[in-house]
Design a protein around this ligand. Sequence first.
Ligand SMILES: [Zn+2]
Length: 152
Amino acid sequence: MTVLDDRPVVPVPTSSRQWAFVDRVTGKARIATCMPGCESDHSGDMRTPTFPEDIWCEVLAADVHMPVNTSGYAEDFRVLGVKLSMIPFSRVPAERVPHAVVEVVDDHWMDGLDPDGLATVISTLEQRVQTLRSTHARLVAIRAQHGYGPTA
Ligand SMILES: [Zn+2]
């Protein structure tokens, strides 16, 4: 198991990058406004003309991997990945504003989470962590009753 994300929370910048480009579909000039704090390299997006829906803003968190058995042996899978995203010209209105995206396990994502949606995910996982804690306590007790140490 690898835990990599203990980066401090960084204040979100209040300014956003902007640039002009020609819409490859319509041929019209457009202005792209980046999400505050965006870490995406938009140098390719700034080339013009560009497909507007290809412009994606993201703030990534470091990955966590855990061993998961899907084929008879444990392999490291990325779990509970999370990023902030904004797709300024998305056809889906909810994606045009900053939103969270949670990856349950490698390449299985919950998209378009607004603050309430992300709060629901956090609450569900908190409850699940409580279940894991009580299961851990039961496991420790059962192992102790049967003469096994906590890590045996
Ligand atoms: Zn951006």
